[in-house]
Design a protein around this ligand. Structure first.
Ligand code: NAP
Length: 298
């Protein structure tokens, strides 16, 4: 696809993930419209020693937009989707594809509630990136997305074709999304302890992690995810093999006193478990603690 025939694209939420996708498009001459909360002249992505600047500015008022776009990448935190609804309304027509770059397994329902038009495509985001205090973003892996194998997803794959961000159309997207959710759910333990990956080297935490993951796995399977028995051990192994000082975005948010995505990452397991009549005793302790850590009061 050459730039002349490219679809028009907007990024709503030009933070860690949004900046990475914006840079991937900008490098191909497909610079997207940037829609955010904080005004910036431009975005900046750092990948090792390389810096990529994405021409801005970041627009901050949806009322000033005068035309919709073909594709929206929604990359606000799940806790910020409602506040970003005015962007979705201004940018979408019924033909617009809205690709949701958020963790969780409920992107369709949660974004549909705030997006009157648009064909919503959930995504699994596989790469880590971190916003820096000056607003620039440090990329910490090879950008990669998984999308369900649908016609709307093909538009996203085409838009990112040839970019630094790989896109996989997955036949069994639900299972991939649940696999990622299990990993995210465990990271919630780090937000509660204020500790990094090294904590998974403790025998008691390793035991708790496996028990929690088995609880999550039972719910995931009841939801239709096709996941093997060895998934909990594989996830624990990965945390244990990580550098002891490796953090996670929910821990970063906790340390900064920001709201946590506890409901889409942990609450969902107890909610869906309840619907299937599956006991979730570990979630029943963790979820209220995460909710209170996020939202108070106190
Ligand atoms: N970061 C990762 O490594 C990673 C990996 C996998 C999945 N994810 C998931 O990806 C999603 C995005 O995470 P992130 O780390 O990119 O978050 P982030 O860095 O906090 O970025 C969110 C962006 O949205 C902007 N924003 C907030 N409210 C807005 C509004 N009402 N309208 C427009 N923009 C608004 C924020 O602006 P301000 O600058 O004003 O805050 C910020 O630029 C989350 O669901 C996360 O769990 C993240």
């Amino acid at each position: 696809m050459n730039p002349e025939s490219s679809p028009s694209v907007a990024i709503v939420g030009p933070g860690a993930i949004g900046t990475t996708i914006a840079a991937a498009l900008h490098e191909l001459g497909r610079t997207p419209l940037l829609c955010g909360r904080t005004y910036r002249e431009r975005l900046e992505l750092h990948d090792g020693d390389r810096a990529i600047e994405v021409a801005g500015p970041v627009r901050t008022d949806p009322a000033q937009l005068d035309h919709p776009v073909d594709i929206v990448f929604l990359a606000v935190k799940a806790t910020q989707t409602e506040a970003a609804a005015a962007w979705l309304a201004a940018l979408s027509t019924p033909e617009t594809v809205v690709c949701v770059l958020q963790n969780g397994v409920e992107q369709l329902e949660s974004v549909a509630a705030h997006c009157p038009h648009g064909r919503i495509v959930p995504a699994v985001v596989w790469f880590p990136a971190q916003a820096q205090p000056d607003g620039s973003v440090r990329l910490r892996g090879d950008p990669r997305l998984s999308l369900p194998d649908t016609a709307a997803s093909v538009m996203i794959a085409d838009a990112l074709q040839g970019s630094r961000c790989a896109v996989e159309l997955a036949a069994d997207f639900e299972s991939l999304a649940w696999r990622k959710l299990l990993q995210n759910a465990v990271a919630g333990l780090m937000a509660l302890t204020h500790r990094r990956s090294g904590m998974f080297g403790r025998c008691d935490i390793a035991r708790l992690t496996l028990d929690y993951l088995r609880e999550c796995l039972a719910v995931a399977r009841a939801e239709g995810a096709d996941l093997e028995d060895d998934v909990p051990q594989a996830i624990l192994d990965k945390f244990q093999a990580s550098p002891a000082d490796m953090g996670t975005s929910i821990l970063t948010d906790r340390e900064a006193g920001r709201p946590l995505e506890w409901d889409i990452r942990n609450g969902v397991v107890s909610r869906r478990g309840r619907a299937h009549g599956i006991p979730t005793p570990i979630s029943d302790v963790l979820v209220p603690l995460l909710a209170a850590a996020s939202d108070g009061p106190g």
